[in-house]
Design a protein around this ligand. Structure first.
Ligand code: FES
Length: 87
């Protein structure tokens, strides 16, 4: 598991193994718009300010994945212990 911090509020939330970031945040009342929930459509695109995403989507290009500044939180996870999202 890893943690996600929201840049605007500083709120930090544990993301349990096997649970999407979107679902874990929704449990705390933080809603990111989703549609496909399979990493395909692009609806949930979210900026990453710190940390290394573990990209599991097929929406971002390889170059975008390497730049580590965006994530599709319906499917992707983190390689670092903490991700700071632009939320
Ligand atoms: Fe479609 Fe995340 S909801 S890519």
């Amino acid at each position: 598991s890893f943690e996600v911090r929201l840049a605007r509020t500083g709120g930090t939330y544990a993301i349990p193994a096997g649970m999407p970031i979107t679902e874990a945040l929704a449990a705390h009342g933080i809603h990111i718009d989703t549609s496909c929930e399979q990493g395909v459509c692009g609806t949930c695109l979210t900026g990453v300010l710190e940390g290394t995403p573990d990209h599991r989507d097929v929406y971002l290009s390889d170059a975008e994945k390497k730049s580590c500044d965006k994530i599709m939180p319906c499917v992707s996870r983190a390689k670092s212990p903490l991700l700071v999202l632009d939320l």
